[in-house]
Design a protein around this ligand. Structure first.
Ligand SMILES: *Cc1c(COP(=O)(O)O)cnc(C)c1O
Length: 358
């Protein structure tokens, strides 16, 4: 720490991203990236001609992308905000939407960025414990006195709430903004976007990083009331009006328009997930019911740490969160079928070794 750092940041504990190892031939199932390449149309749009225009600033309105999202979700353009990854949108939201008491409620086991954003934007973090089965108890989110953030499906559990359950939360929090982080919604959960017609206290945040294979482009979007979206624009234009670069705007617009490719790759991941979950259950694992592109699993014989380290020795990287109540679990991203087969093979090997040791 330098002696120049603002005192209010001196205790900040930053978010720890999953590793991005540069080593080849690793099976990387640790950061919920999509195993399939982005839409070929997105790739084709980043032409030499577009690259040759990089001396120019991008469109600060990202109009082409907003129009593609508007078309896809059938919502007006002034109800859409785009950001440099949904992380940026979540950051802007924590910055913008705090009540007088500064409280922000979110599930105690959820996306690791929520506590970090609370910290950096000086909100009062109010984590709400999960039920014993690691589900979100909606009763705990009624009549609160602060902003509410819920990932649906939740991470790292993969479990989703039904839209009717979220509607109950919206109804019981008329004076609170409820932010639903739908990073994984396309893998089997139902989006809350249709509720926006009825509730102005809802902000839905999505990303192109997972279901549209564009993690490297850094593009997310939010849909909300015109007023909430206008507030986000106030923050953006006070911070970085050019938050999306020229190439990302083009690639993202093409990816959103290519519905067929999106559905095809998304369906493949869902099919792989279901097959993989069944195999893991057969091997004696507890597998939480996932609506995401990952599964959260617990072995009946290996600790979370032992399983995580064991897979690493096979050059397979997954994610382990060494803190209660989830220290016995590991989170496994759904890759291609052949990646999951390798993982199953390694797991059988590890279980066999464990048997011999006993
Ligand atoms: C991956 C993820 C995000 C952020 O993704 P971006 O790449 O910043 O768009 C947001 N929320 C959750 C729960 C995520 O898992």
């Amino acid at each position: 720490m330098s002696r120049f750092l603002n005192e209010k940041y001196q205790k900040l504990v930053p978010y720890t991203p999953g590793e991005q190892p540069q080593k080849q031939r690793l099976i990387k199932l640790n950061t919920n990236e999509n195993p399939y390449a982005p839409s070929p149309k997105a790739a084709a749009r980043i032409s030499q001609e577009e690259i040759s225009k990089l001396m120019l600033y991008p469109d600060p309105q990202a109009a082409e992308l907003i129009s593609a999202i508007s078309e896809f979700y059938q919502v007006e353009e002034d109800r859409i905000f785009v950001g440099n990854g949904s992380d940026e949108i979540l950051a802007f939201s924590f910055m913008a939407f705090q009540k007088q008491n500064k409280k922000v409620y979110y599930p105690a086991v959820s996306y690791g960025f929520y506590p970090v954003y609370s910290d950096i934007f000086q909100a009062e973090a109010c984590p709400i414990p999960l039920a014993d089965d690691l589900s979100i108890r909606i009763e705990d989110y009624k009549n609160l006195d602060g902003t509410i953030v819920i990932a649906n499906p939740n991470a790292p559990t993969g479990m989703a709430l039904e839209p009717e359950e979220i509607e109950e939360i919206l109804q019981a929090n008329e004076s609170n903004l409820v932010i639903i982080d739908e990073a994984y919604v396309d893998f089997g959960a139902k989006s809350c976007v249709p509720f926006l017609e009825k509730y102005d206290n809802l902000l839905v945040v999505q990303t192109l990083s997972k279901s549209r294979s564009l993690a490297g482009s850094r593009v997310g979007f939010a849909i909300g009331s015109k007023e909430v979206i206008s507030d986000l624009n106030t923050i953006k234009f006070s911070f970085n009006p050019y938050n999306l670069n020229r190439l990302s705007i083009l690639a993202a617009a093409e990816a959103v328009r290519d519905r067929e490719y999106f559905e095809e790759t998304r369906n493949k991941i869902i099919a792989t997930r279901e097959r993989f979950a069944d195999e893991m259950k057969r091997l004696g694992f507890t597998v939480l019911p996932s609506k995401a592109n990952f599964v959260f699993v617990k072995s009946d014989v290996l600790s979370g740490e032992a399983y995580f380290n064991g897979l690493r020795n096979f050059d397979i990287i997954v994610r382990h969160f060494p803190k209660p109540p989830i220290e016995d679990f590991v989170r496994i991203t759904i890759g291609k079928d052949e990646d999951m087969d390798e993982l199953i093979k390694a797991t059988k090997e590890l279980l066999r070794t464990e048997e011999v040791r006993k």
